[in-house]
Design a protein around this ligand. Structure first.
Ligand SMILES: *Cc1c(COP(=O)(O)O)cnc(C)c1O
Length: 265
């Protein structure tokens, strides 16, 4: 810096802009890479890539960076925590963003979700469905909904067991403000691709069974499965929505145990 007038405040502003530009370049590179890998997984499994939705997962990512992601073309974000999502929705209220709640939702948070969210992928109880529907009626809104399934059988994971899903899906038809679209799952965390794949295969079969049994097969078309570490396997097994966090935004500071009970890393 030269001259007495260009003080440290200017330097700081320049630094901020430089960091923003750097993040945006990195983000664009990662986004292109993920899209390419989605394409490749689709080619391998003879699917069309327009059938696979990329949902960027933005938990712990600052609103400022989401602005950069928006300018790079992202129009929707997935969040685990209602409070955090609501804060970002307010902060980025000038942008047209589709907010998706993908983390376990307590019934007492339903009224907030009914106000701003567009989708809930983690529906896992009738009580939550009832509360959401009632709150949505009050707000004059509707939500896209996926039912969370525990496909790994681990007691630490949220979601219905596969056997409970058909009756649960049938009972959701009573709720006018919930548009049921399909199923969501988190696969087991394992080094073994084959162990992970088993969870996704279980989901694919569950959807096939539902499509035969439910009056409207469209209500179980969506299969949200696959994250940074396993999305290619998920696509090979029929995923229609991959939820990608760290592979797009970089590593998270908070451990996953903060978001998922029972995880130790
Ligand atoms: C955090 C999270 C993701 C994304 O995980 P990454 O490993 O960062 O891709 C996907 N789904 C759920 C439910 C999450 O909580």
């Amino acid at each position: 810096m030269s001259g007495a007038k260009s003080g440290s405040a200017d330097a700081t502003v320049d630094d901020v802009h430089a960091r923003q530009a750097q993040f945006k370049r990195k983000f664009q590179r990662r986004l292109a890479d993920i899209k390419h890998r989605i394409e490749q997984a689709c080619v391998r499994s003879r699917r069309v890539s327009s059938d696979v939705r990329l949902l960027p997962v933005s938990k712990t990512v600052e609103p400022d960076r989401l602005r950069q992601a928006y300018t790079a073309g992202c129009r929707e974000f997935g969040e685990n925590k209602v409070q955090e999502a609501m804060h970002k929705a307010q902060e980025l209220g000038d942008l047209s963003i589709h907010w998706s709640i993908i983390g376990h939702l307590q019934t007492n948070k339903a009224r907030y979700v009914a106000r701003f969210a567009h989708e809930v992928q983690s529906l896992d109880s009738l009580k939550l469905a009832e509360t959401l529907d009632r709150r949505l009626q009050i707000e004059g809104r509707a939500l896209d909904v996926l039912v969370q399934v525990n496909s790994s059988g681990e007691s630490s994971k949220y979601g219905l067991s596969p056997n409970e899903v058909p009756a649960f899906m049938a009972s959701l038809e009573a709720f006018d403000c919930l548009h049921i679209r399909g199923l969501m799952t988190l696969a087991v965390f394992s080094e073994s691709d084959e162990t992970v794949r088993k969870c996704f295969v279980r989901m694919r079969r569950l959807r096939e069974r539902l499509q035969q049994d439910l009056p409207d097969p469209a209500t179980c078309h969506a299969l949200s499965m696959g994250m940074s570490g396993d999305f290619e396997i998920a696509i090979e097994e029929g995923s229609t929505c991959v939820r990608i966090g760290q592979a797009l935004f970089g590593p998270r500071a908070l451990p996953d145990s903060y978001y998922w009970p029972g995880e130790t890393n």
